[in-house]
Structure formats: structure tokens, C-alpha cells
Design a protein around this ligand. Structure first.
Ligand code: IVH
Length: 712
């Protein structure tokens, strides 16, 4: 039984300890092996038996137990050797793993230990900890000759056959050097989506998530007729013994310079991604990068599970040395896990405001991504059937950043036989009417009429028409009495009609009507949002309105035209076209009622056209048009003051977009401007380090003054 806790780990009893070692090694075998789940397993089953957080906790318990009872330590303990299945290619130098820290305090302790060992504080490089599979790639005289997996750290598996599928590992280097590059191969978010489209088109099952997909993609490139592109990110370079001809990274240059050299040779590294890498002289600076990277995690476009901090100078690395499992010169700073395993208890079918019917899973509450999750969205009904998910399954819940938690897949090995089928609705769960199953996403045949109250509530919300006096009860009455049959009917309501309703006096009727009158003048972006076009939310609606400038232009847009808008791809564009056609009668009613159908200022499309003619002219067009004629990326942090004090974040975003920019939540190399009320935040420090322009809210208000007035 567990007794005393040491550090972050719990001291286990002897049997528990041995069991934990076995469990960790078995899980690592699944994770690192390039084998897929059995071909006949349901496709949602590609999830490992342990989630990351549980795995890390077991390793900490094992370490704590070994500290308390050194005589119990077994040879193949995960604290001693790299867990994984051995291959038949010997590594030139063992491919080690990394130790982990989980907090700023842990990191400080680790740093103090290293500084003491070295006799000085080292300069560090801090990088993203990439969540994929480790590979070693050998180059001879500039030619790629072999790619090997990590295996058990001493022997890996030859996967050279995957060369054509791996972006970022060129077949020839820019110079004829002989060296070994090590790094992580991953499916980026875009590659993951493309991979699943390809797999489905070829009759294969979709990958559950990028991390689990990469092993399958790697192995699949041996015998499949289609190639699934993956991306390599280098984090180490070693000279191959004897034959090495170029500058010797180990002796002549530091790691940060070696990474730069790799980039020049044509190898992909994290340095050129949105995450970037940081070379820092102090621990607080390293911590700043670690915090900023965590904040940017959801927007990177690839999966990370932490940051890696490592000594830059090879002399420091040599002096610090390594254990049999991991180096002492670097450590991984693990972020709170964004995916956890839990049990699927129920599936609830919901009808959204556009009539789309979606399944939502109720799960045993689980702490993931910083919150306790009890409900998570599921894929569409056809996907559910394809995956073979059942009630009672052990499912992986993913919550990346602020996004809604999602059920990603399940553990086939955890099935007990007591799981039950998910019942799929035969009629619309809202109105009992027929379901249109012709598309991937099922929809009530009544469409948005089925969920009219929700649609009206959405349209009058603050970020849309902002008609506060039309509350939930009034919406019910308006719909029930038939006064409102679509959102446009709001604009033809009369005082007499309102007075006939229960509990509405003259004063409230007048308030409702005056707010409705005010809504008529709102910018097009608000009206487009209020319409609730399927496949778009607030920010997408704003981008569409800004880009086209008028409702006529939006209605005339083809799918190809829509794809010019940032964030609209080939899947979304036709849905939007179809939706706009369906909504045309409502739009016509709005127009007739005198609702504004234009967005103030120059449309994005016109600005881009003018920019193409002359970029100098374009720069002068709008205060937040970048030098290249494209929207400048603006990040806002802290409390707004002065003329901006009253604006919600959504209104700030609207303002930025009206003035020609685009807003983002995190600072990166591509940021054009940071608006910050005070210094000292991690965004501020990062922007400062990257040389990004920083303005106070008052300075910014002045810059966009012309556009601010439009809000009133
Ligand atoms: S440095 C001697 N840097 O994480 C090992 N590793 O959990 C030096 N990883 O084995 C590794 N991102 O496969 C390093 N930026 C990064 C990394 C990274 C991911 C992997 C690597 C390592 C594992 C440890």
C-alpha cells in the first residue's frame, strides 16, 4: 500500500512498485512502437492505455519509491533506461530521454543543481517540447542515408522508407556534411486533417489524434500507395564519428548556433515555427518563455506537451554529463496535460440554433486543461458509427487552450464487454420531426425554424444586435404567438403587437422598439453574426463582413471568393454559400425593414486590391494595415483605459479589424503590435524581446481614433 509521499511522487509498496514498472514499460512500448492498433479494431481505438498525466505520475511514484528503497530498484526501471521496444539498428550514441519538472519551483531546484555542478549559471536554450516520435537521421557527405526510430535508446528501427513523407528532412543538405540529426517527427494540425481526408478517401480509418497518428503514418508509408506528409523538427545534431567533415558543433559552436546551421542546411527546426526558440542568460527569462509558450500552445499549429530547457554550450553539457536514461544538462518542463482518459456515461443529442443535431457526451468528471470537464462534444453521427464508440468506453477527452472539450477516441484494450450501443435518434430530438441525413452533419428538416427561440436569443445577444430588452421570456412569447417566425420579424414589430403580450407595459414596449431601431444601424458584421450562418461564429462573420464590405457582395460571393477570407477553407466555403442562399429571404426582409447592410470603411478586398497596385499606398490606407498590405496582427493584454475602457474584448477585436488589423491572443514573431496597459506581463516581455512595437491603450486609441467613433 502507498505510504509516505516524497516530493511529487508517492512511495509505493514493493508489489505496487513492480506493477508500476511493468505498466509504464508496456505503455511506452505502445507509444513508441511504430505499430498501429490491430487492423480490425474500431478506428476510435487508437489511444494508448495510459494518458500522459497518469504515465508521468507513475514514473514519479517509481522514482520516489526507489529513493526510499534503493535495494528494490530493478534494472529495467523507467528511471534507468529509455522505455520502448528495441529495433535492429544500433545508435551511434544512445538516444536518451529527458527528466521532467512540473512547476517553476521544480525548475528552480533543477537549475540550482546544475549550476552547482558546473560552478556557474549556464546560458540556456528553451524550445517547445514536441509531442511526436523521436527519429535519428544520418547524412553522409550531405546525402540522407538512414532514418532510425529511438527504439529502446540503444537500438532503433530503420524507417528510411518514410523519407519521401517527411517534410523538413531533405534528401540532400545544402552542404556535403556528414552528421546525424535528431528530432521529433509529427503530424502538424493541418497535416493531421489532410491525413484523415486521405485515409477516409482510401477506405482507411481516420487517425484519432495527431500524436497517435504519427506512428501509423510512419509505418503506413512503407506499404501504402499514398503518402501522408509529416514534419520533422530537429533538436540535436551529432557528428558521425571519423568521417565527419564540417564544423564540429560539439567543440566549435554552441547548440543555438548548431540549430541555426541546421536551418541553413535545409533541416527544419522549431526556431522557424510560431513557437520560436529562446536563448537566455537567466532562469527568469527561461520561465518567461515557458509561460509565453504555454499561452500560445493552442495556436501553434502543432502539438507540444511542454518546453525543453537545455544548456547551450557543449562544454557545459560535457561537464554536466548524462545518466543512462537522460542528460543532466537539460530537462523537460511539462505543461498541465490537455488530454485525460475518463468514462463515457451518456450521449445526449442536441439541436443547435441552425437545426443541426449534434451528439454531446456526458463523461465521469475529469480535470483536464485546467478545468473539470463533465461534458465533451463528440464527432458527427457518421463519425461515431465509423469509430465504433460505445457507452461505458474509456475515452480520451481533449481540451486544448480555451476550446470546447472534445472526445477524441477510446481505449479498445479497456473494454469489459459491458459497454452498450449508443442510441441514435430516429426523429429530431427537439420537435419530433424528420431528420435530414443527406450530409455528414444531421439536421432537422425544419432547419433553423426548429430551434427558433435559440436563434432569436443568439441574434439579440450583445455581440450581435445587442437588443438587451428582448429577454428569454419575451422571445418565447414572440415565437409562441407567431409574431416572430424568423429573426427579421423583430424589425417589423409594432407597439400594438407588443402591448398585446403578457406583462408588457408601454414603457417596456417603447424600450424594446427603440433598441430594435438602434440595431438597424449596426455595422454589417453584427447583422451577419446575428443571422447565425452555419459554420461561422462571431470572428469569422466579422472577417467575412470586413472582407466583402456589403451584404450584396457577400451574397454574390462564390465558394472560391469566400476562400479568400482568412480561415475559410474548401470545406467551409460551400456550406456558407448554401447557408446564404437559404437565408436570402430573411436578408431580404431585413433590407426592406431598413437594416444597415454595409460595413464602415474600406473593405479588406478593396484594400488588398489597392495594396497589390502599390504597397506604399496600401500602408496609408488603414492604421492597422501592415507594410505588406496585409492586416497587422494585434495582441491586446491587460485592462484597457481611456476611450477603450468600456470596450469588451469582442468590441476591441471588432475595432482592430475595422482599422485593418487582425487580433490574436498570443505574441509571436508575426505580431505587429502589442497593446498593453502595463509592463511586466509575459506578453509584454516576449514582445519586448522580439522587438515588437508596444503601445499603451491611450496611444492605440489615438492611432485608431477614426474607427473608434464609429462604435458610438
Ligand atoms: S532534447 C538527450 N529537445 O522528448 C535527449 N527533446 O521526453 C535530448 N523532445 O527524448 C532531447 N522535443 O524525443 C529535446 N525540443 C526538444 C524536444 C525533445 C521533444 C522529445 C525527445 C526526448 C523526449 C523526452
Amino acid at each position: 500500500m502507498s505510504d509516505t509521499a516524497i516530493g511529487a511522487g508517492t512511495v509505493l509498496g514493493r508489489d505496487e512498485y513492480l506493477q508500476a514498472v511493468e505498466t509504464v514499460r508496456a505503455a511506452a512500448g505502445v507509444y513508441y512502437a511504430t505499430t498501429e492498433v490491430a487492423a480490425d479494431a474500431p478506428s476510435g481505438a487508437g489511444v494508448t492505455v495510459l494518458d500522459d498525466a497518469t504515465y508521468d505520475q507513475l514514473v514519479r511514484d517509481i522514482a520516489a519509491t526507489e529513493a526510499a528503497h534503493p535495494q528494490w530498484q530493478v534494472e529495467n526501471s523507467p528511471t534507468q533506461v529509455v522505455a520502448g521496444a528495441a529495433g535492429d539498428v544500433e545508435h551511434t550514441v544512445p538516444m536518451l530521454s529527458l527528466d521532467n519538472v512540473f512547476s517553476a519551483a521544480d525548475l528552480l531546484e533543477w537549475h540550482a543543481g546544475l549550476a552547482k555542478r558546473l560552478g556557474h549559471e549556464p546560458r540556456y536554450v528553451v524550445e517547445p517540447k514536441l509531442d511526436g516520435l523521436a527519429l535519428a537521421a544520418r547524412y553522409e557527405n550531405g546525402s540522407l542515408v538512414q532514418i532510425i526510430t529511438r527504439g529502446d535508446g540503444l537500438h532503433g528501427e530503420d524507417v528510411t522508407f518514410a523519407v519521401a513523407a517527411i517534410v523538413g528532412l531533405p534528401a540532400t543538405l545544402a552542404r556535403p556534411l556528414t552528421l546525424e540529426v535528431r528530432g521529433e517527427v509529427m503530424l502538424t494540425d493541418t497535416q493531421f486533417e489532410a491525413a484523415n481526408e486521405l485515409r477516409l478517401a482510401n477506405g482507411d480509418k481516420a487517425f484519432v489524434n495527431p500524436r497517435n497518428g504519427v506512428a501509423g503514418a510512419l509505418r503506413g508509408s512503407r506499404d501504402r500507395t499514398y503518402i501522408i506528409p509529416m514534419t520533422f523538427f530537429a533538436y540535436q545534431v551529432l557528428p558521425l564519428p571519423d568521417t565527419y567533415s564540417g564544423p564540429k558543433p560539439n567543440a566549435d559552436i554552441a547548440y543555438s548556433a548548431a540549430i541555426e546551421l541546421l536551418g541553413e542546411l535545409g533541416v527544419h527546426t522549431a526556431a522557424t515555427t510560431r513557437a520560436g526558440i529562446a536563448v537566455v542568460d537567466t532562469l527568469p527569462q527561461a520561465q518567461e518563455y515557458i509561460d509565453a509558450l504555454l499561452a500560445a500552445r493552442a495556436d501553434l499549429g502543432f502539438g507540444i506537451d511542454g518546453a525543453v530547457i537545455k544548456a547551450d554550450a557543449y562544454a557545459d553539457r560535457e561537464a554536466a554529463g548524462s545518466s543512462s536514461r537522460a542528460p543532466r544538462w537539460g530537462t523537460a518542463y511539462k505543461y498541465p496535460s490537455d488530454s485525460r482518459l475518463t468514462t463515457l456515461e451518456e450521449v445526449i443529442w442536441q439541436v443547435g440554433r441552425t437545426g443541426v443535431i449534434t451528439p454531446r457526451g456526458r463523461v465521469a468528471p475529469v480535470f483536464v486543461g485546467g478545468v473539470t470537464v463533465s461534458y465533451a462534444t463528440l464527432h458527427n453521427p457518421n463519425d461515431l458509427a465509423r469509430q465504433g464508440l460505445m457507452i461505458g468506453d474509456t475515452v480520451m477527452v481533449l481540451r486544448a487552450g480555451e476550446v470546447i472539450p472534445r472526445i477524441e477516441g477510446f481505449v479498445a484494450a479497456a473494454r469489459t464487454g459491458n459497454e452498450t450501443e449508443i442510441e441514435v435518434p430516429q426523429v429530431c430530438p427537439n420537435c419530433g420531426g424528420e431528420i435530414d441525413r443527406s450530409q455528414e452533419r444531421w439536421r432537422c428538416k425544419q432547419g433553423r425554424i426548429c430551434a427558433l427561440p435559440q436563434a432569436v436569443r443568439y441574434a439579440v445577444a450583445r455581440d450581435c444586435w445587442d437588443i438587451e430588452s428582448v429577454g428569454e421570456k419575451l422571445v418565447r412569447q414572440l415565437v409562441d404567438t407567431g409574431l416572430v417566425t424568423d429573426v427579421a420579424d423583430l424589425f417589423t414589430l409594432t407597439q400594438e403587437q407588443l402591448l398585446e403580450l403578457d406583462r408588457i407595459g408601454e414603457a417596456s414596449a417603447a424600450k424594446v422598439l427603440s433598441e430594435i431601431e438602434g440595431a438597424k444601424a449596426k455595422p454589417l458584421a453584427r447583422t451577419l453574426t446575428a443571422l447565425g450562418v452555419r459554420g461561422t461564429g462571431r470572428s469569422m462573420s466579422r472577417r467575412i463582413a470586413r472582407w466583402f464590405g456589403t451584404m450584396e457582395a457577400i451574397q454574390a460571393a462564390t465558394a472560391a471568393d469566400l476562400e479568400e477570407v482568412d480561415g475559410i477553407g474548401p470545406e467551409k466555403a460551400p456550406v456558407i454559400v448554401e447557408e446564404l442562399a437559404e437565408l436570402a429571404p430573411v436578408v431580404q426582409k431585413l433590407r426592406e425593414a431598413g437594416v444597415n447592410m454595409t460595413e464602415p470603411g474600406l473593405s479588406g478586398r478593396e484594400a488588398a486590391a489597392r495594396a497589390a497596385e502599390s504597397s506604399a499606398e496600401a500602408a496609408a490606407l488603414l492604421p492597422l494595415t501592415g507594410e505588406n498590405g496585409k492586416p497587422m496582427t494585434v495582441v491586446v493584454t491587460g485592462k484597457m483605459t481611456g476611450p477603450l475602457a468600456e470596450l469588451s474584448r469582442n468590441e476591441m477585436n471588432e475595432l482592430i479589424e475595422r482599422a485593418g488589423g487582425k487580433s490574436s491572443g498570443s505574441v509571436s514573431k508575426t505580431t505587429g503590435l502589442l497593446v498593453a496597459s502595463e509592463s511586466g506581463s509575459s506578453k509584454y516581455t516576449k514582445a519586448e524581446a522580439l522587438g515588437i512595437t508596444i503601445e499603451t491603450p491611450d496611444e492605440f486609441a489615438e492611432r485608431v481614433a477614426d474607427f473608434l467613433a464609429l462604435d458610438e
